[in-house]
Design a protein. Structure first.
Length: 318
């Protein structure tokens, strides 16, 4: 019932048209939708259903088409994650970018198949719209705010910027992954559902690490609410572009994974976090590792971009 209510509430705030599209089941239905998009009134909402490659189930996704959309230019993408017990959401007032509200398999906290759903939605929307890969943004409310922290920092080279709203940050060790990823954390001083301290501590950790590209806004008197200053957030998002080749990478992970041009390929203890810090400076690559048995520190493309030779200085942190 709550999911239905939120969907009706969002539509009531939205002044454009709302369209239901035939379910996307294969490449032909994707091509058909691509042809339809520019023929729809601009600024509309699309209630889209697609057949998942994960388990062949049909999953919902809300899509907001920006004003003036044309496939002849690339557009920013804003991925918006919903809260616990809610359905797909977008930001009604933002018209400068394509938006998607994935379902994330409901109340999975964007873990497991819920996480897979987010990336499947992104892959699908990239086939439908002309998306700028360097301007993919992530936002979320409540459970979705926690998801914005989690997915943002687990996959820092996917996003250009992240906006958690009334969310919570779990393991503060992961904040280091935001060295090259801007965050604007929004919360309410009177939030009794997810008190401000649970997101503020992430900002305090970022400041401790020297991150000047992280922002924090605590709205005085605001409770647990999605309705923050999206006008200013939109302007800020549009000023952010993904850094594809940073000179320094810090990456902490629960599993073997890749971020930017550094990859953890094997861990010593599978139950503990692994961390790699890589810095290119002049003719030297400095590497610090913890709980890592094997890794790929640098790509040839990155070496050429920074005119750096393979003179390595390696330190093992035990």
């Amino acid at each position: 019932m709550k999911r239905i209510f939120l969907s009706i509430f969002l539509v009531s705030l939205f002044s454009g048209s709302v369209f239901a599209i035939e379910p996307i089941t294969d490449a032909n239905s994707v091509r058909k939708l691509v042809r339809q998009i520019e023929g729809l009134p601009q600024g509309g909402l699309i209630n889209l259903t697609f057949k998942s490659k994960i388990d062949d189930s049909y999953q919902p996704m809300l899509v907001k088409v920006p004003d003036g959309y044309t496939k002849t230019k690339s557009w920013p993408l804003l991925v918006v994650l919903h809260g616990l017990g809610d359905g797909p959401i977008v930001v009604p007032s933002i018209d400068s970018m394509v938006q998607i509200g994935p379902f994330g398999r409901g109340d999975m906290w964007y873990h497991g198949i819920g996480e897979q759903d987010i990336f499947e939605c992104i892959e699908l929307v990239r086939r439908i719209f002309n998306i700028n890969p360097d301007r993919v943004y992530l936002a979320g409310f409540s459970m979705g705010g926690a998801g914005a922290f989690d997915l943002g920092l687990k996959y820092p080279d996917t996003w250009a910027a992240c906006v958690p709203v009334c969310g919570s940050m779990g393991n503060l060790d992961l904040v280091a992954n935001g060295r090259n990823l801007p965050f604007w954390i929004n919360t309410g001083s009177e939030d009794r559902v997810v008190p401000a301290k649970y997101s503020k501590r992430a900002y305090e950790k970022a400041i401790e690490l020297g991150f000047k590209h992280w922002k924090y806004t605590e709205y005085k008197g605001m409770g647990h609410s999605f309705w923050v200053d999206w006008g200013q957030i939109e302007k800020w998002l549009l000023s952010q572009k993904k850094n594809n080749s940073p000179s320094t990478v810090s990456f902490t992970s629960e599993k073997c994974a890749k971020a930017y041009w550094s990859e953890i390929t094997e861990k010593y203890n599978c139950k503990q976090l692994a961390r790699i810090d890589v810095e290119t400076a002049s003719q030297t690559i400095k590497i610090k590792i913890s709980n890592i048995a094997d890794y790929t520190p640098v790509s040839y493309t990155h070496l050429r971009a920074h005119e750096t030779s393979l003179h390595l200085v390696c330190r093992l942190l035990l």
